[in-house]
Design a protein around this ligand. Structure first.
Ligand SMILES: N[C@@H](CCC[C@H](N)C(=O)O)C(=O)O
Length: 291
């Protein structure tokens, strides 16, 4: 029997079970992840995050060859037992967890490089929360998106921010609220590895002091509807700006059912990056026997 010491945390209601396994000794299987995330028979969460040293997991060891400063790796799993490349809310909660467990000791305004399956992500530790540089983003394909509650399928834009998203702009708030995201939206053509599906509308007022405001709901790949998705918020702002054209700003506020996230696009030497800011909370800790 393996007994796991865990902490439950969330970022704008996107919730995770976190535990420390520095040497990668815990046999984390899809079945165990599904058990931990089960809201009736387990702890309940949208995903599991294992804090493992990069050197102790093959994906992390590969990263260390070029970026030796990324000591810790975010081993992120979706609630259905699949792994994902990246989690924008998760990486902030993970940073908060590493600090509160004393596993890293950065100063305020320090940047912490963390290994992920999407590569190294730098998290800036600020007085008001955490900001993660999600790196370069990529425009993907357009796909037809059908969701329960929509009369006809709509075009959705593919955006990659380490993990895949398809963003659909809806007509208004009542259309957004009328969506039934218990049922998984269909994407046509279907992406080979699946995608997270975001639905967005402009908020009212849209532009305040140079910041654009939108509202988003999401059906996450490997999870279902969640209260928030950080990479989804970044993808939504990028898609909205793509459609809106040159007059659109680079600073965005994305309202999700679980709170608000900030997104910013900025130029770097290697091309445009997108960053994500928001809260990270640790709620309680306990132990659980793994099946
Ligand atoms: N909730 C996350 C995204 C988690 C991974 C996603 N479900 C996927 O499979 O890509 C976020 O905050 O970004």
């Amino acid at each position: 029997m393996t007994t796991l010491a865990f902490t439950k945390g969330h970022g704008t209601g996107n919730d995770f079970v976190l535990f420390t396994d520095p040497d990668g000794e815990v046999d984390l299987t899809p079945e165990r992840v599904r058990f931990l995330c089960d809201r009736r028979f387990g702890i309940g969460a949208d995903g599991v995050i294992r804090a493992v040293r990069s050197r102790s997991i093959p994906e992390g060891a590969a990263i260390l060859e070029t970026e030796p400063e990324a000591e810790w790796f975010m081993d992120y799993w979706n609630a259905d037992g699949t792994v994902a490349e990246m989690c924008g809310n998760g990486v902030r909660v993970y940073t908060h967890y590493l600090i509160s467990e004393g596993l890293v000791a950065p100063e305020r305004s320090d940047t912490l490089p963390l290994g992920t399956r999407a590569g190294v992500r730098d998290v800036l530790i600020g007085a008001a929360g955490y900001t993660v540089d999600l790196g370069r983003w990529r425009l993907g394909k357009e796909r037809l998106v059908q969701a329960s509650g929509l009369e006809v399928a709509r075009p959705g834009l593919g955006i990659e921010v380490g993990n895949p998203h398809v963003v659909t702009v809806l007509a208004d708030e009542s259309e957004l609220e009328g969506l039934n995201l218990v049922a998984e939206p269909t994407l046509d053509p279907a992406p080979a590895d699946g995608a997270n599906a975001e639905f967005v509308v402009p908020a009212e007022p849209f532009l305040v002091n140079g910041v654009a405001h939108i509202r988003m709901r999401v059906f996450e790949r490997g999870v279902g509807e969640t209260l928030s998705c950080g990479t989804g918020a970044a993808a939504s702002a990028l898609a909205f700006r793509h459609w809106g054209g040159d007059q659109m700003p680079h600073s965005w506020s994305v309202a999700v059912p679980g709170g608000k996230l900030g997104v910013r696009m900025f130029a770097t030497e290697e091309g445009e990056h997108v960053s994500l800011s928001g809260p990270a909370e640790l709620v309680y800790s306990g132990t659980i026997d793994l099946p």
